[in-house]
Ligand binder design. Structure first.
Ligand SMILES: N[C@@H](CCC(=O)N[C@@H](CS)C(=O)NCC(=O)O)C(=O)O
Length: 214
């Protein structure tokens, strides 16, 4: 399979961690997102939405949307599982993941920031306030859940890495990129730091990918 990726893409990061956790061998095609290569016809032919990541299977079918890709990987290589066995646990894990992937992250992506800047006349400081609000409101909700739920363990849900951890880590990396203070969210930060010590997360870190600033 061929994974279309970019070092700065947090959606690609979520899928990259899943590939690493599952030990799935794959090729990587770097797309220069910051240079706009994802908008060119060559990449639109792979993913008409012109966003990263995309995963091209060996039979040529293309998977898109990071959460769909992660769940596909979880289904073809079930160990280690990224979703708990019980329905309520799966719903909690997906809910925590979607606070980031469905509610916070979509507000930060380049095309949204470019729209705000070019079409809505946001200056740098207004963009920073927008991003900070998206990240802190999302993380506040995650933190309250993590701090109050008996299901929270070493990681977001028990002592096994789940989909929620991929997304928590993506959220905190966004806060790092946008220089948003995370110190008010100690449970989330502690779990994120624990995750970063795991080899699959360490090798998948955005700053360790080709093209990342040194
Ligand atoms: N919900 C999508 C988000 C995809 C997405 O927006 N990816 C970003 C990078 S993290 C992208 O390619 N952005 C290009 C742009 O906004 O122009 C997913 O999870 O895959």
């Amino acid at each position: 399979m061929n994974f279309y990726s970019n070092w700065r893409s947090l959606a690609a990061y979520r899928a990259r961690v899943a590939l690493a956790l599952k030990g799935i061998s794959h090729d990587v095609t770097e797309v220069d997102m910051l240079g706009g290569a994802h908008l060119l016809p060559e990449f639109r032919a792979v993913n008409p939405q012109a966003v990263l990541p995309a995963l091209v299977l060996d039979d040529g079918r293309v998977l898109f949307q990071s959460m769909a890709i992660v769940e596909y990987l979880d289904e073809i290589v079930p160990a280690p599982p990224l979703l708990p066995a019980d329905p309520a646990g799966r719903a909690r894990v997906r809910g925590l993941a979607l606070i980031h992937a469905a509610d916070s992250h979509p507000l930060l992506v380049p095309r949204v920031r470019q729209y705000l800047q070019k079409d809505a006349a946001f200056d740098d400081s207004a963009i920073q306030r927008w991003v900070t609000r998206a990240l802190t409101t999302g993380l506040q909700a995650i933190e309250v859940n993590l701090a109050s739920s008996p299901d929270t363990g070493l990681y977001c849900h028990g002592d096994q890495v789940t989909l929620a951890d991929l997304c928590l880590s993506s959220h905190l990396l966004a806060m790092m990129f946008f220089k948003v203070d995370a110190s008010a969210y100690p449970v989330a930060v502690t779990i994120h730091e624990r995750l970063q010590a795991l080899p699959a997360f360490a090798v998948s870190h955005p700053l360790k990918q080709p093209g990342a600033p040194g």
